[in-house]
Design a protein around this ligand. Structure first.
Ligand SMILES: *Cc1c(COP(=O)(O)O)cnc(C)c1O
Length: 377
C-alpha cells in the first residue's frame, strides 16, 4: 500500500504525460515559453484570480510575497504553530519576527481567537509592527478566512494564504488560493496538484504586486533580466514541469473527488474510535492529508507501529510545534500559549490518502485501528 500513490497516477496517464514531456524535449524550450504562460493562465482561471506567477517552489513563493510587501526588520508576521517549517522559515529570511499562534483542535488550522490575542499582545507588549497573517490551508482544508479577514481588517494586516496543501479546496464556491491578499501554492510531487520535481505558484488580484513578483523571481529584473532594478531571486518553474501540470490539471478535480470518497469512508468507520478531521460547514478540503488524533502519545506510537507491521505506511505531520524548532533558536520569535498544538503534535497520525486507495485498503486500516481501540476500553 502507498501513502500517496504517484506511480499509479503516472501509469494511468502515462501516454499523455510522456507526450507532453517529449514535446518540450523536441523544442528544447526548457525555461519560460508558451507552456509556462498557458499554465499561468489556466491556474489563474481555475482559482478565479487575476494573476498567477509560477516559481521554483512553495517556499520561494512565500518569501517572494513577503519581499513584495517589503516585510522586514521590526515587522511581526503571525504564523500557525502547527504547519510545515516553510510557513515560518521565510519570516526570519526577510529579517522579520515570527509570532506563532495556536490552532483549532478540530480543524488543525490557525485559531482566530488565538490570532487576535497574539496581535493584541504584540501591540501592547512589544515595539514590533504587526504586518502579515500567514494563514495555512493545512491538510487541504481552507483556514477560516471569514474570521481571519475580519481580524486582518480590524488591525490593518495583510493575509498571506499558504495553500501549499490547499490547492483544490474551497469555501462555498470560492477556491483556495483566492483568499489571501497574496496566496501561494507548491507543486511538490506529494501535494494535491504535484509535478515531477519542485514547483510553486503565487496568486493575486493586485496588478502592482503581480508586476513586482514577476521582477523578484527573475533577479529583480526591470525591462529585461539584464536590467536589474532590485535584489531578487532566481525562482522559476521549469517548462517540463509546466507541461506535466497542464496534463495533470485535466484530471485534478476527479482525483480530488476520489479523495473525498476515501475521507468519507475513513470518517464513517473511525469517528467513534479516534478524533477525525472536522471539515467546517461550507468548506471543501483538497485532502492533502487525512490526519487523525489518538487519546495519547503512546497510543499514536503503537498505532503507527502496528500499521507498519501490516504493510500500511503512515506519517506524523507534524511532530514538533514551530515554536520549539531549533532553527529559530537564534532569531527573535514570539510563541504565546500553544497548548493545543503541543497536544496534537504528540497524538496525530496521517493515514494513506490518495485517489487510488480502494475499499479493501481502507477496511484493512480501519479494522486495525478499531482493534487497538477495543483494547483501550
Ligand atoms: C510543502 C509546503 C510548503 C513548501 O513547499 P515547497 O514547494 O516544498 O517549498 C509550504 N507550506 C506548507 C504548508 C507546505 O505543506
Amino acid at each position: 500500500m502507498e501513502f500517496r500513490d504517484l506511480k499509479r497516477q503516472y501509469q494511468l496517464h502515462k501516454q499523455d504525460i510522456d507526450a507532453a514531456i517529449q514535446n518540450i524535449l523536441n523544442h528544447a524550450d526548457f525555461i519560460g515559453g508558451s507552456k509556462i504562460k498557458q499554465l499561468e493562465r489556466e491556474l489563474a482561471a481555475y482559482v478565479g484570480v487575476k494573476h498567477c506567477i509560477t516559481c521554483a517552489n512553495g517556499t520561494d513563493a512565500l518569501q517572494l510575497a513577503l519581499m513584495t510587501w517589503k516585510i522586514g526588520k521590526g515587522d511581526a508576521v503571525f504564523v500557525p504553530d502547527f504547519t510545515f517549517f516553510s510557513s515560518g522559515e521565510v519570516v526570519p529570511l526577510v529579517n522579520a519576527t515570527p509570532v506563532f499562534v495556536d490552532i483549532e483542535e478540530d480543524t488543525y488550522n490557525i485559531s482566530p481567537e488565538s490570532l487576535e490575542r497574539a496581535i493584541v499582545y504584540v501591540l501592547e507588549n512589544t515595539d514590533l509592527n504587526p504586518k502579515v497573517i500567514v494563514a495555512v490551508d493545512l491538510f487541504g482544508q481552507p483556514a477560516d478566512f471569514i474570521q481571519i479577514r475580519k481580524i486582518a481588517d480590524k488591525y490593518h494586516l495583510l493575509i498571506l494564504e499558504d495553500a501549499a496543501q490547499g490547492f483544490g479546496g474551497r469555501i462555498s464556491g470560492k477556491k483556495a488560493c483566492s483568499f489571501g491578499d497574496i496566496a501561494t501554492t507548491s507543486f511538490f510531487p506529494a501535494k494535491p496538484l504535484g509535478c515531477y520535481g519542485d514547483g510553486g505558484a503565487i496568486f493575486t488580484d493586485h496588478d502592482e504586486w503581480a508586476e513586482l513578483l514577476r521582477s523578484y523571481c527573475v533577479h529583480g529584473k526591470g525591462t529585461d533580466k539584464y536590467d536589474n532594478v532590485r535584489i531578487g531571486m532566481n525562482s522559476r518553474l521549469d517548462t517540463i514541469q509546466s507541461a506535466i501540470l497542464l496534463e495533470k490539471i485535466k484530471f485534478f478535480d476527479e482525483e480530488t473527488a476520489s479523495c473525498h470518497a476515501v475521507a468519507e469512508e475513513y470518517t464513517k468507520h473511525l469517528q467513534n474510535i479516534v478524533d477525525v478531521p472536522v471539515i467546517k460547514e461550507g468548506m471543501y478540503s483538497a485532502w492533502a492529508q487525512y490526519t487523525i488524533c489518538f487519546h495519547s502519545a503512546e497510543e499514536r506510537e503503537q498505532a503507527a507501529r502496528v500499521l507498519k507491521e501490516n504493510g500500511i505506511p503512515t506519517a506524523v505531520y507534524y511532530r514538533k510545534p514551530m515554536h520549539i524548532q531549533g532553527a529559530f533558536r537564534d532569531c527573535k520569535t514570539i510563541g504565546l500559549d500553544c497548548g493545543i498544538t503541543e497536544k496534537i503534535c504528540e497524538r496525530c497520525l496521517s493515514l494513506p490518502m490518495h485517489p487510488y486507495l480502494n475499499r479493501k485498503d481502507i477496511e484493512k486500516i480501519v479494522t486495525i485501528i478499531g482493534r487497538m481501540a477495543e483494547r483501550r476500553l
